[in-house]
Design a protein around this ligand. Structure first.
Ligand code: GLC
Length: 682
């Protein structure tokens, strides 16, 4: 059951697709009070209570014991003390033996969540603006709550099948020659590859929708020839449009009046990569249509996927914030700084970027009204996602597209995926990436992944290998790194063959991973789940923070520590461990419920299959187009019979459903593995 409670005058955030009558009575579970504009929601927590949710954010799977904020932030420093990163996914699920409910705060502005931080036994959620709808979700179990939430907010995005291939990316690829070299190295060494991202350096002076004509003299021909090699190019698009007369997108945006404006009616201007930029008002339908059409030249060149960035929006500085910092510097010039002045000058220059005052300086037009940006801040990235998704749908109707964004809000999960933003090449970030996955899925974002190997600072060989071992299972499997860090393509490393073998497992498992993704999307369920969702009565499982359920059959337990040669795993039931070294080379080890130490040398990683289930493994390939599902190995320990519903489709049509696309595979009693033949898929 879902109930809606309304506070103040909420706007339509676009997150919710169900229209529900407003409940008039007192809202259960929470003491609610208003303080000025704010609305506060308070509930007691028992010691055994677990709190899931908040999608993309720092810390563990169980969010309890910390303070978080919904405030989409361009902050690359994802340390434990952070309270928000790039996304606002305002769903919480409270879970303990005597109560279970979900609560969604449909609020586009700042929301603060104290989940047992000030007091261990109290959760308090504060809506700063006080204009919001709150949805209470009640169901029989955790999985039902997740399903109800998807019913409330709509079906998750369906990417094309090729988007599940391995993608290589790096900030710095600046020419066709460089991109070709990356492709060639992968093909030469048989490292599977389906896509290469083009970061900002492909553009002319970082201007969106342009490309360097000397470095990419015939983009269309380049895209075509890469596609012949089964490699798609995936360009980046940023939110800001360079303010420069004569630059098409600026001129047309200006003419249409599509940029966000200040109170005096002039365009708001702040700097991003290309220098001073204007910011499309993505909350307006006509501005979204205009922006979506700007993707056309790239789509006409044959591009089928994009990543949208800097859409919190990130602001490097405005003239106003810069002036403030310089003014302070002027007053301190020539002085010997005391401690507070020393801090003040540092703070002043740090504050030129993403300054809260800047977010209060510009307006959107919503339903004909001017709305100050900070009131609806968290909708900006979702608006950009929608603009580009609609643009691609208009250009190639009926076909799926690849799209992933940095910033997001619930609702954007219908239009595209997300990546987890600028992580570091840190072991702790490998763990954090894993821990974000189930909460992102809970909030509807199924197509997600992190920068494998780590984006900031230089990776190490073992760290990249262990990142890849997680990436084998994430829908978006992309190796991405920052300018000036160690080059991170697999072939740069002495253990590149080990890394390649790891990637081959992705392709052998692709029939399973694609099938489980599509079934999760089409049936409003989750691909990655906390163990609590499947073993709610098992306290150990509920408290497990470093293992995840994957699809209907499996559990993963990645290694996330430096120099580890194995790890402890808790099995909530008897399972079969597949210890992978490559698509062809793996051990099958039946294991009993309970605690185990499993040895996992650097090139080894486990997938656990629940007893009584079987998962398909194919021969693999070097790109998704090569994957065939006509001959599969079904792996699993089966005492009577296992049934697996394999989802297959043409990999590209938009209108798909479970009907007609499921092949039911029955596996009779078997010790570990059987071969089956199916009708060819394509
Ligand atoms: C941002 C993105 C990152 C990208 C960089 C340059 O930091 O998050 O992925 O490489 O900008 O475009």
């Amino acid at each position: 059951m879902i109930r809606r409670y309304s506070f103040g005058t909420p706007c339509d955030t676009g997150a919710v697709v169900l229209s529900l009558p407003e409940e008039k009575g007192k809202m259960p579970y929470f003491d609610v009070r208003r303080e000025g504009e704010k609305v506060l929601f308070r509930t007691q927590l028992t010691e055994e209570e677990t709190v899931f949710g908040l999608g993309e954010n720092v810390r563990g799977i169980n969010k309890r014991g910390h303070r978080y904020r919904s405030w989409n932030s361009d902050d690359f420093n994802h340390t434990e003390d952070r309270q928000s990163i790039y996304a606002s996914h305002n769903l919480l699920v409270f879970f303990r033996p005597d109560r279970l409910f979900g609560v969604y705060f449909d609020d586009p502005g700042l929301v603060i969540y104290d989940l047992g931080d000030a007091r261990r036994d109290t959760a308090e959620i504060v809506s700063e603006n006080g204009d919001l709808n709150v949805y209470l979700l009640e169901g029989a179990d955790l999985k039902e709550i997740a399903k109800l939430f998807r019913g409330l907010t709509g079906r998750s995005y369906l990417p094309p099948e090729w988007a599940f291939g391995y993608i290589q990316s790096r900030w710095g690829y600046a020419s066709e020659r460089e991109v070709r070299a990356v492709a060639e190295e992968h093909r030469k060494r048989h490292i599977p590859l389906d896509g290469i991202c083009m970061d900002i350096d492909y553009m002319e002076g970082y201007r969106n929708f342009t490309w360097k004509k000397d470095a990419f003299p015939d983009l269309k021909a380049f895209v075509r020839s890469m596609k012949e090699e089964h490699i798609r190019l995936i360009p980046i698009i940023d939110a800001g449009i360079k303010t420069e007369e004569g630059y098409g997108p600026y001129d047309s945006g200006k003419e249409g009046g599509f940029f966000c404006k200040k109170a005096d009616g002039t365009d708001f201007v702040a700097a991003v990569w290309p220098g001073r930029c204007c910011f499309p008002d993505f909350l307006r339908e006509d501005a979204r249509k205009w922006f979506g059409d700007l993707y056309r030249p790239l789509l006409e060149a044959g591009i089928e996927g994009f990543w949208n960035d800097m859409n919190e929006p990130a602001l490097f500085y405005s003239d106003e914030t810069l002036a403030q910092a310089f003014a302070l510097a002027e007053t301190l010039k020539g002085k010997e700084l005391d401690l507070s002045e020393n801090w003040a000058i540092k703070d002043a220059f740090n504050a030129v970027a993403n300054n809260p005052e800047d977010y209060r300086r510009f307006y959107h037009v919503m339903d004909g009204r001017n709305v100050r940006h900070d009131k609806v801040h968290n909708l900006y990235g979702a608006g950009m996602t929608r603009a580009s998704a609609d643009g691609m749908r208009r250009f190639r109707p009926g076909e799926r597209y690849l799209l992933f964004s940095r910033s997001s809000f619930v609702g954007a999960h219908r239009d595209g995926g997300v990546w987890q933003g600028d992580n570091f090449s840190w072991w702790s970030h490998l763990k954090m990436a894993m821990q974000m996955l189930p909460n992102m899925n809970l909030c509807g974002f199924l197509f997600c992944g992190c920068d494998l190997g780590g984006f900031g600072c230089s990776t190490t060989e073992d760290l990249l290998e262990r990142f890849l071992q997680l990436g084998v299972f994430t829908p978006l499997m992309r190796n991405h790194s920052a300018l000036h860090t160690r080059e991170q393509e697999i072939y740069r490393f002495s253990i590149w063959e080990t890394m390649r073998d790891t990637v081959t497992v992705r392709y052998a498992l692709l029939p399973y991973l694609y099938s489980e993704y599509m079934k999760a999307a089409l049936t409003d369920s989750m691909l990655f789940r906390p163990l609590a969702f499947d073993y709610p009565e098992d306290r150990r499982a509920v408290r497990t923070e470093d293992q995840l359920m994957l699809g209907g059959e499996c559990m993963i337990a990645p290694v996330y520590e430096q120099n580890a040669e194995g790890r402890y795993v808790y099995l909530p039931e008897d399972m079969l461990m597949i210890r992978f070294r490559s698509a062809q080379d793996y051990d099958l080890i039946p294991m009993e419920k309970g605690d185990h130490y499993i040895s996992l040398g650097l090139g080894e990683f486990p997938l656990f299959v629940r007893n009584g289930h079987a998962v398909p493994l194919c021969r693999g390939g070097e790109n998704v187009d090569e994957i065939k599902t006509d001959r599969l190995k079904m792996i699993g320990k089966v005492e009577n019979e296992a049934v697996y519903d394999l989802y297959r489709d043409d990999g590209i049509s938009e209108k798909v459903g479970m009907d007609g696309n499921i092949t039911r595979i029955r596996v009779g009693k078997q010790e570990l593995v059987s071969d089956i033949e199916l009708k060819p898929d394509r």
